[in-house]
Design a protein around this ligand. Structure first.
Ligand code: NAG
Ligand code: NAG
Ligand code: NAG
Ligand code: NAG
Length: 465
């Protein structure tokens, strides 16, 4: 019981996902060597070696390449296989620069490893018999994929269905964003009969656009499939009817700064949000109330809502994967995913991640067509039939049970989020936006009597016990 409670608190604190596993999964051989080191030092040793060995690899290869380029300029090889092995479009200046850069980097990394190990030895954190070899091998069981070369920082995820008029705009957006930072765009193409057009786009964008063909799986399954494929640290989920201001994608910088300065931030709504359960008493969602809080750490306008909506919405990839992604049980294959965004938000909070909202973009429309879920043909199917199921589903996990309303858990969570806003952010509101007020920063104050119905739905037990 105590162990289970402890495990719950560790989860609730939202320690980085990596940290939870290492100690338990360590080889017996390595337990001795690593036992006195902090996780941070173990990661540092791994990171330094990972970069060192890559730069040594480049250094060796560029030295051989340069040598052969000079050699072959004088006397080309007779053996076509030898010629093919060293064929390159690079100039010898470029190869020398690359050689020099990697040689310089590996010397620095050796220095850093030397400094780190001597500091750790001086602090008696490395057993006397442990060598740098032991440390490197025992810390390298899980690599740092962020350090691989050519990694995109941001993956734009686009759910697409028969909307060729939106294509030019999306490719331009990919180009604009690529000017700001390394970006890829993953597109779930739910209309694979357009395959040739997408294959052409993959080629013309030099692979920055990655199409995935699906047989009309719709948004919930598409988001999970794209998240599993994406390589960016942050995923930005788009809809095919979106266009944004500022159009140059400069909004990516404050977004990334926010994710970097808040390691627990798992999800950031860029469209709209709710401070709590839908009912009267909170000020939320509408553009004129967007600037009620800012983060003193980054200076960005920022708030912690209870739930945020698709799309656009930004997700930390590790957070998205660690909570299991969007709940595919919420809809049948090919149906839309109304309420799955709110369900994901509550799950993030419950798993120890934080959910934010930032007023970074103004949305526009690329054409006059309504988006897929809002098109007249689908509006009843999505916003009638699916919304009905989604609402019941959401409250059956997070509310008072099957087909019930909100209850204690959401009241507690909404209050927790209220306190987080008030305690950690700078206030810039003219009127307190919370139905539990802005004064009590410790407890869970009762609601005014006319609001008490919000969390007091009859309980429908999940099982009879
Ligand atoms: C790299 O080039 C600079 C400038 O030419 C030179 O001073 C330096 O020694 C070179 N570094 C290595 C590791 O070769
Ligand atoms: C290693 O330590 C030396 C001496 O304190 C210092 O000059 C050098 O900058 C350090 N190198 C790295 C990469 O930290
Ligand atoms: C790309 O950037 C240019 C220049 O900022 C802008 O005029 C254009 O509208 C942008 N395109 C898109 C699709 O955002
Ligand atoms: C408060 O928000 C408004 C925008 O709504 C902004 O113009 C103003 O600078 C903000 N004030 C502070 C103190 O952050």
């Amino acid at each position: 019981m105590l162990v289970a409670t402890l495990a719950y608190f560790i989860l609730a604190l939202g320690l980085p996902v990596d940290a939870r596993h290492d100690v338990n999964f360590r080889l017996p051989y390595c337990k001795e060597h690593l036992k006195l080191l902090s996780q941070e030092d173990i990661y540092n040793i791994r990171d330094i070696h990972q970069q060192w060995v890559m730069h040594r690899r480049i250094e060796v290869d560029m030295r051989n390449l340069l040598h052969n380029m000079q050699q072959f300029a004088v006397s080309p090889p007779d053996d076509p296989a030898e010629a093919a092995a060293w064929k390159t479009d690079w100039s010898s200046e470029f190869v020398s620069e690359r050689l020099n850069a990697s040689a310089t980097a590996s010397l620095q990394l050796e220095d850093a490893l030397r400094n780190l190990t001597s500091a750790l030895r001086a602090a008696n954190q490395i057993p006397a018999s442990t060598t740098v070899h032991n440390l490197v091998q025992c810390s390298s069981g899980r690599l740092n994929a962020r350090l691989f070369p050519d990694q995109p920082v941001v993956s734009l995820l686009l759910q697409y269905f028969r909307r060729p008029a939106a294509l030019t705009n999306m490719v331009q957006m990919l180009e604009n964003c690529s000017r700001q930072m390394p970006v890829e765009m993953i597109v779930n193409v739910d209309s694979p009969e357009e395959g040739q057009a997408w294959a052409d786009l993959s080629w013309s964008t030099r692979g920055r656009l990655v199409p995935v063909f699906s047989a009309n799986i719709h948004e919930i399954r598409a988001y999970n499939r794209m998240a599993a494929l994406a390589r960016g640290k942050v995923l930005v989920v788009l809809q095919d009817d979106d266009s944004f201001e500022p159009a140059d994608c400069s909004w990516l910088h404050p977004l990334m700064r926010q994710f970097e300065s808040m390691p627990l931030l798992g999800m950031v709504g860029l469209k709209s949000y709710r401070r709590g359960v839908v009912a009267e008493g909170n000020l939320e969602r509408w553009p004129d109330t967007f600037f009620m809080f800012s983060d003193p750490g980054t200076g960005n306008f920022f708030t912690f809502p209870l739930q945020v909506d698709y799309a656009p919405v930004a997700l930390r990839r590790t957070a998205m994967l660690s909570v299991g992604g969007v709940d595919e049980g919420m809809s049948d294959l090919g149906e839309c995913g109304i309420m799955s965004d709110w369900e994901l938000s509550i799950r993030m909070w419950t798993a120890g991640w934080h959910v934010g909202h930032m007023p970074l973009v103004k949305r526009g429309r690329v054409d006059n067509e309504e988006g897929t879920t809002h098109s007249p043909k689908n509006v009843r199917r999505c916003w009638g039939r699916q919304l009905h199921q989604g609402g019941i589903y959401h409250m059956s996990r997070w509310g008072n049970g099957w087909n019930a309303g909100a209850g204690q858990f959401l009241e507690w969570l909404e209050n927790h989020v209220r306190i987080l806003n008030l305690k950690t952010l700078s206030r810039n509101y003219t009127e307190c936006p919370f139905r539990k007020g802005c004064d009590d920063l410790e407890g869970n104050p009762p609601l005014k009597s006319e609001l008490q119905h919000i969390f007091s739905s009859l309980t429908n037990p999940i099982i009879n016990e």
